[in-house]
Design a protein around this ligand. Structure first.
Ligand SMILES: [Ca+2]
Length: 229
């Protein structure tokens, strides 16, 4: 390796040193239950947490949340969900005040919800709230917030995701209370997933200082040596 190249590599290494930050991965709930009757046997509660109908699947706990939701497949817009009844969820007509209980199977810190609302017809969720808890009985619940969902977000009949961000909160369970929907038919939507907050460990400051000092020193000595030749 030439001295010039070595100087270049050391410069690049110095630029890369202070790399740390936060990232969020997409996770699906492991369990789901509800207080409300389902429209018919076509629909199933698990259809909204099992990735059924999504044009491209993610790996829960691994795939980057923002990357997944901004990706497209075969020229389609960001990840859409097929408009097929067997891949979605519909509640009985006339039922309101629906509560969904979602369980993660472990304590996680969540910071966003992605919702693929029903894109066609008049069944989509309109207003809802989210509440977090570390236990299934919600004995020490934490209110996350009230949210307003859009309807009609679609591409050729497929539904598109809407993201709802909130202050990071620790939860083993989340309750979704649906207070209103669009139209007079039963409440219906296609899929939901959460963003899990992930802390990337900060590098040890002392280690960074020693490495930086060594690299700067080597680079300076090499440059000085070259200038005397
Ligand atoms: Ca689905």
């Amino acid at each position: 390796m030439s001295i010039k190249k070595m100087l270049k590599y050391i410069g690049s290494a110095l630029a890369l040193l202070p790399s740390a930050g936060i990232a969020g991965v997409i996770i699906q709930a492991q369990t789901i239950s509800s207080n409300a009757p389902i429209y018919d046997n076509t629909y199933n509660l698990s259809n909204v947490i099992d990735q059924s109908g999504l044009r491209w699947n993610y790996t829960s706990g691994v795939t980057d949340f923002d990357f997944y939701l901004s990706s497209n497949t075969d020229g389609r817009p960001p990840i859409s969900h097929e408009n097929v009844a067997e891949y979605g969820l519909g509640f009985a007509e006339g039922v309101s005040d629906i509560s969904l209980l979602l369980g993660f199977g472990e304590l996680v810190t969540i910071e966003s919800l992605a919702l693929w609302n029903r894109a066609t017809g008049s069944q989509g969720i309109k207003t809802f709230s989210l509440t977090a808890s570390t236990d299934a009985s919600f004995s020490s619940e934490i209110f996350i917030g009230n949210f307003f969902a859009d309807t009609g977000l679609n591409y050729s009949g497929d539904s598109l995701a809407q993201t709802f961000e909130f202050t990071p909160v620790s939860a083993s369970f989340v309750r979704m209370d649906i207070s209103s929907h669009y139209g007079n038919l039963g409440v219906s939507f296609d899929e939901l997933a959460f963003e899990r907050h992930v802390n990337v460990p900060e590098p040890n400051p002392l280690f960074l200082f020693v490495i930086s000092t060594l690299l700067i020193s080597v680079r300076y000595k090499l440059a000085t040596w070259i200038s005397t030749k």
